[in-house]
Structures are given as C-alpha cells and as structure tokens.
Design a protein around this ligand. Structure first.
Ligand code: AMP
Ligand code: MG
Length: 347
C-alpha cells in the first residue's frame, strides 16, 4: 500500500462527486463497542454483505483495549469475507463510511484507522457518521419514513425522533444502558456474556415479581431494577421467574417512553434498533403497543438490529446523496458524539 504522509495529505474533497453515482456501492465500517462490522450495500439498498465479529470477554465487562485488539485482528478477515461474498474488487467501492462515535475510544480509533487506510489507499471518499443515527436510518430501508426509534443496545438506551433539523433524544436512560444492565445481571448470576439472549431463553415465569419500574418523565433507570432482580434471585426465587419479571419491567418501561414520544410528536411509525431489539418479547410488546395506537411498527432483521457495518454504509450514502458536505471533521472520531449533535442536512 502506498503510504500517504500526514503533512502532504490533502482532504480529498473533489472525490465527493464520485459517490453521487446512481449505482454507488458503499462500504460501511462499525467498531464503536464490542462488534467489528464490515458491510457492503448498494445505493438501491441491496445488501451485498454484512460481516460481523463480536468481542466476548473471558470474564467481566468489555475492556476497551482488548475489544480494540479484537477488532484490529478481525478487520482483515471481515474485509476479505465481505469482498468475497459481494464478488467485488475494492476499486468498485464509491464511498467508505465509518462510525465516528459515540463509543469506546480505542475501538473507534481502530475502525477509523481501517476506514482511512482502505479509503486513502484506493482514493475513495471517506465519511464519518453517528452510530445511533445509523440505527434509526436503517429503519428507512425497512420502509419507515419519519419514525420514532426505540434504540435499546448495550451502552445506549434512547428514544429518538427527527424534529427541526436534528434527531432529538426524547427520552433515555439516566444510568446504565438496558443491554449493559441485562449483561451485568447475567454476569452476576453466572451466565456469561452476552446476557440478553441467555435471559431471554430462561424468562419463562410463571410468577411476575414486584420489581422497580423506573420511568422518570421521559427517562428511564435500569440500575436499581437489575440490583433488585439479583436480590430476588439470592432470596430463592427461580431464575425463570426473576428473568421473566426483569424482562417484563425493563421492556414495559422502554415501550412506555416510546409510546409517549409517539403521542408527543404525532409520528405514526416506530422502528426498533439495538441488540436488545432482537428479543422476541420486546418485539411482541412493541407490536402490541403500536397496534393499539394505530401506528406502524418496523422491526429490522436481527442482523440489522445489532451493531453492523451495513447501517453505517447506508447512513453515509444517504448523507452524501442528501448533499452533506464531507469535511476534515469526518476524519476524527468522537467518543461522546451524541445523537442530537448531528446537523441533519440530508433530509
Ligand atoms: P448492541 O450494543 O446494539 O450490539 O447490543 C448488544 C446488547 O444486546 C448486549 O447487551 C446483549 O446482551 C443484548 N442482546 C442481544 N440479544 C438479545 C436478546 N435476544 N434479548 C435481550 N438482549 C439482547
Ligand atoms: Mg448500537
């Protein structure tokens, strides 16, 4: 690969035109937390490949540096698999999009480095996008036009919708993310990581225990719920009953806030996103709530709900197509890149 010296390097603004081609093919790179993802999608929304690899810690939570090492080890394999599956050559890519935040610093930098190396060595324009907005905009590929997003992932728990040139956060967790909460409970109960799917398998009831239900205005809190669930387990309730009660409370809280955001904004579409949105009970609750309100519910396939490169590529394409101007900022990662910091110029 030809090295580009930093001091000689000029931001390739002129290359922006290349990505406006009708049949563009976009490469999306995800690395904000535990998942390294490489996706390839066309400007028509056809997914050509969605390669992912998740870092699973041997014990405890995610260690950012270890996760970043996992990503740098797996990116070459993921790139290779993606290009093989899509039957493409790197030169056929017209835009590289990567998640510049929010996320864990070392993980973000690994993804950004992979994105820059690929883009610059092939002379392709590079755009940095917001990970949370990507979870919402992949819902547009499913047919939504102006949805409320219920975004339930490991670190993030937000209810997001568009209003006045920004994606606004209508409600969010005021302590831990719902997924991290489920993972913490599961870890303490000896189930290992990731906890969400293990909890889902066990959550059979039959009893619904009295656990904290913490909706504060439009915000939610999950920490007390997880601690209370663990004490119920310690005091002799069955794991089936505790996990069932935990899910019922956590998901009802999330759906309540999403429903209020729908009522407040008058929007008529809900999109689910984030790893926790893989949960069948959550999907069922959201479906019931939206049916009762006469609102459409868009539930992306599980490999598009979890962190993935396809959604990053799709958002990058939508931004460029909508005349977003790539700047030097797109080169930089931003650990605390909040949803409502993004100027939505492309809608
Ligand atoms: P993300 O950060 O969006 O990739 O999502 C990862 C989180 O989703 C982790 O906290 C997982 O425990 C959680 N998760 C994955 N599958 C499920 C599931 N079926 N039910 C509940 N949580 C899940
Ligand atoms: Mg996510």
């Amino acid at each position: 690969m030809k090295m580009i010296m930093r001091e000689n390097w000029q931001f390739p603004m002129n290359l922006q035109r290349k990505s406006n081609h009708l049949n563009s093919i976009i490469l999306g790179i995800e690395s904000t937390a535990h998942t390294a993802g490489v996706g390839i999608i066309t400007s028509e929304g056809k997914i050509l490949s969605n390669q992912r690899s998740m870092y699973i810690p041997e014990e405890g939570g995610i260690h950012p540096r270890e996760a970043a090492r996992h990503h740098s080890d797996t990116f070459p394999v993921l790139f290779d698999k993606a290009f093989k599956e899509a039957s493409l050559k790197p030169s056929e890519i017209s835009l590289v999009s990567y998640a510049r935040g929010p996320g864990l610093g070392p993980c973000l930098r690994t993804g950004a480095t992979a994105a820059r190396a690929f883009a610059y060595s092939h002379g392709i324009p590079l755009i940095g996008v917001n990970h949370c907005v990507a979870h919402l905009e992949i819902g547009l590929l499913e047919g939504a036009t102006d949805p409320v997003l219920l975004y339930l992932s490991g670190a993030n728990t937000q209810v997001i919708a568009y209003a006045s040139e920004k994606y606004r956060v209508f409600g969010e967790t005021i302590d831990i993310g719902i997924g991290n909460g489920l993972d913490k409970f599961a870890r303490e109960a000896g189930m290992g990581f990731p906890g969400g799917p293990k909890i889902e398998k066990l959550a059979k009831g039959p009893k619904l225990l009295d656990l904290p239900y913490s909706v504060k205005g439009m915000d939610m809190a999950f920490s007390g719920l997880m601690t209370a669930a663990k004490s119920k387990l310690d005091s002799g309730h069955s794991i089936e009953t505790v996990t069932y009660s935990l899910q019922e409370n956590a998901f009802a809280m999330s759906c309540e806030v999403a429903e209020r955001a729908l009522a407040h904004t008058g929007k008529t579409e809900l999109v689910l996103g984030g790893g926790v949105a893989c949960n069948e009970r959550l999907r069922e609750m959201a479906t019931i709530m939206t049916e009762e309100r006469g609102v459409k519910c868009f539930i992306p396939s599980k490999d598009l709900c979890v962190d993935n490169g396809v959604m990053i590529g799709w958002l990058g394409y939508r931004m460029v197509k909508g005349n977003y101007k790539i700047t030097e900022e797109d080169n930089k990662v931003h650990q605390k890149y909040r949803t409502d910091m993004v100027e939505v110029t492309w809608r």
